[in-house]
Design a binder for this molecule. Structure first.
Ligand code: AMP
Length: 472
């Protein structure tokens, strides 16, 4: 079973050319998932679908979008992980059940999906994908509740973990969020139409206005009679919004968890500069994800921000290794040093995070070859010591360099003059409601037990999920 799902979801109700709107929205959300994309629409009586592997620009053309008729739709971009790629896993997932057709698009990760699925399989259920989203659809289909909304609510109450969801039936779009608020999901208006998206940058591209977040534990029913906002669960006493959305995942031009990502990311850089001042000449970012953090660092430290690394934006995910490839070719093909900027300089290099450490090690040697006299590495997050079970694609603990190495050992491994990570307190001081964030990847304090009943080791090893499950 896929345990890690970083994704984008989108929904639209009440607009002409809903599919075209979803296409633009998914285009703006491409950074949240590049493996596959899908849109399911409804014209009120029939449901249409299209999904494929690849980037949004490749998956759809005008003809496809024209075939996706109707004034309501949901869409999804799925993140590329190193695991098995199967077309059966492409979302939105669409099934037929006693209430007719229902489709779902999911961002997050259910920590009890393995247990739920196993129980249903023992009871005779058949699954065709290895995603936890299908588990949700089964729960809905098996519910004996009276209305669609009640069926969804009953299903959601059995799920544990992180889920920001959009559902589509023939006559409505429904958005829902888990009680912890792990992953973002926001509502917007486009004239008379309602839109819902993982990040608000999807609203800008279609000219929609941001309204608010879908509240944790809320169900937003968007149909012809106007929107209905229901509660399927009390929100958790303490929210567990993913702080990594601000560090790396969301786009700086988005509003996420009610705050501007750009603003928070700049604060990370400023705070990092306060915590780790160093005598240096210039500040550079590892583009693009660290640009805003590096700007904050430069502002605070009064050092000039320079473009010392240029990123090639046209590197596809499936580029072929040339026969004469040099060492570190995978990083070199993406980043090239600007010698005129780096030569002889004491350089502060700002990056958002270190996961395995392999990218940074190669980058350090590239920056060194670019002529830097000293490299002072500053990281806009604390050391990542624990895997995420709520939807961010972190590898197993053993692969996380900071789970087994001290900061000094990492500095030595990377070969830099100095290395500083942002403190957890410093990180939390940059958001408005610090108590309402999940920082488990830095502390190991998991707010929702990821052990999934008897399968504790499953989530550590990501193998042995049981027959029929995809092992990564
Ligand atoms: P590495 O330390 O070689 O595993 O790579 C770390 C780099 O990956 C950082 O510079 C981040 O910008 C980026 N990164 C951090 N988290 C993620 C993630 N969840 N998915 C993809 N890339 C990430």
């Amino acid at each position: 079973m896929k345990l890690k799902e970083e994704c984008a979801v989108f929904g639209c109700q009440g607009a002409d050319d809903a599919a075209g709107i979803a296409y633009l929205g998914l285009y703006a959300l491409q950074h949240r998932g590049q493996e596959s994309s899908g849109i399911v629409t409804s014209d009120g009586s029939r449901v249409y679908e299209h999904r494929d592997l690849g980037l949004v620009s490749k998956v759809y053309d005008r003809e496809t979008l024209d075939r996706l008729r109707g004034r309501m739709c949901i869409g999804h971009n799925r993140y590329s992980t190193t695991g098995l790629t199967s077309t059966a896993n492409i979302q939105p997932m669409l099934v037929d059940c006693k209430i007719g057709k229902i489709a779902v698009a999911h961002n997050g990760n259910l920590v009890n999906a393995v247990d739920l699925r196993r129980a249903m399989e023992l009871d005779g259920s058949i699954f065709r994908s290895t995603t936890d989203s299908e588990v949700l659809l089964h729960l809905i289909a098996r519910s004996r509740a009276g209305t669609l909304e009640e069926m969804i609510m009953e299903a959601l109450s059995k799920a544990r973990g992180a889920f920001s969801l959009v559902f589509l039936t023939k006559d409505r779009v429904i958005a829902a969020r888990d009680p912890h608020g792990f992953r973002p999901l926001c509502l917007g208006r486009l004239g008379e139409a309602h839109v819902v998206a993982s990040e608000s940058c999807a609203f800008d591209i279609i000219g929609a206005t941001y309204q608010r977040e879908v509240a944790p534990g809320e169900l937003c029913v968007l149909g012809e009679g106007g929107p209905r906002y229901l509660r399927w669960s009390e929100p958790a006493a303490k929210q567990n919004r993913c702080i990594f959305e601000f560090i790396y995942f969301s786009r700086p031009d988005s509003r996420v968890f009610g705050e501007n990502v750009d603003k928070v990311r700049r604060k990370l850089g400023r705070r990092l500069a306060v915590e780790s001042a160093v005598d240096a000449d210039i500040v550079i970012a590892v583009p693009d994800s660290s640009n805003t953090i590096a700007l904050g660092y430069a502002e605070e430290s009064k050092l000039p921000f320079e473009l010392g690394l240029i990123r090639n934006h046209y590197v596809g995910r499936t580029f072929i290794q040339p026969r004469q490839a040099m060492r570190d070719w995978d990083v070199r093909i993406k980043f090239n040093p600007v010698r005129g900027v780096l030569k002889g300089k004491r350089v502060v290099v700002v990056d958002d995070s270190i996961v395995r450490g392999s990218t940074m090690r190669k980058l350090v040697s590239i920056i060194r070859q670019g002529g830097a006299a000293e490299i002072h590495l500053r990281i806009g997050s604390p050391p990542i010591t624990h895997s995420c079970f709520y939807g961010i694609d972190t590898p197993t603990r053993g692969e996380l360099i900071a789970s087994s190495h001290s900061v000094e050992a990492i500095r030595e491994y990377l070969g830099v003059e100095s290395l500083h990570y942002l403190s957890t307190e410093g990180l939390l001081s940059c958001v408005e409601e610090p108590d309402n964030y999940c920082v488990a990847c830095f502390t190991g304090a998991y707010p929702v037990d990821p052990s999934d009943g008897t399968n504790k080791t499953v989530f550590e090893s990501r193998t042995g999920c049981g027959d029929g499950f995809e092992n990564e």
